[in-house]
Design a protein around this ligand. Sequence first.
Ligand code: V0V
Length: 144
Amino acid sequence: LFICIDHVGLAVPDLDEAVKFHAEAFGWRELHREVNEEQGVAEAMLGTGEQGEENAKIQLLAPLREDSAIGKFLAKNGPGIQQLAYRVADLDHVSAVLRERGLRLLYPEAKRGTGGSRINFVHPKDARGVLLELVELPKEPAAH
Ligand code: V0V
């Protein structure tokens, strides 16, 4: 059903500071950065190589607003792992299969994710305490 782990998402209070920390401490490189108003996040994708030829990446997620998903996560838990993202080839198909298996997806239809990807999430209560993102990469990667 899944292709691979696309990324692990970390909630961070300060995006610039976090990018610098992960680069200096662990050698991660910034591949892409964007603001997603709908999700209430400023995010940076970090990897070890060129985008498209990556193993799993890490995604740093900083809140634009206190009442966003990341704002609430930080208030409750502090910084740390907020999500695990599985890459899929066909999000609509995978969503239908998971719904048939009784798992709740957060959105009735896919939303826009990083770099023009299509995303949805399995509710953490239905994935044994893990917020599971499903991500279908765009056919043509967005310019960055
Ligand atoms: C909440 N819970 C979590 C969790 N967030 N468990 C594991 N991981 C998380 N991240 C637990 C929480 O402890 C509660 O358990 C229960 O779920 C319900 O939590 P809540 O406090 O009522 O829920 P909220 O209001 O904080 O909302 C949680 C959800 C929200 C998951 C519904 O965070 C959401 O809509 N997330 C999806 C969007 C998102 O995360 N966007 C930011 C990334 P107890 O206490 O009842 O046991 S955007 C992104 O990834 C992009 C753009 C991309 O990748 O391209």
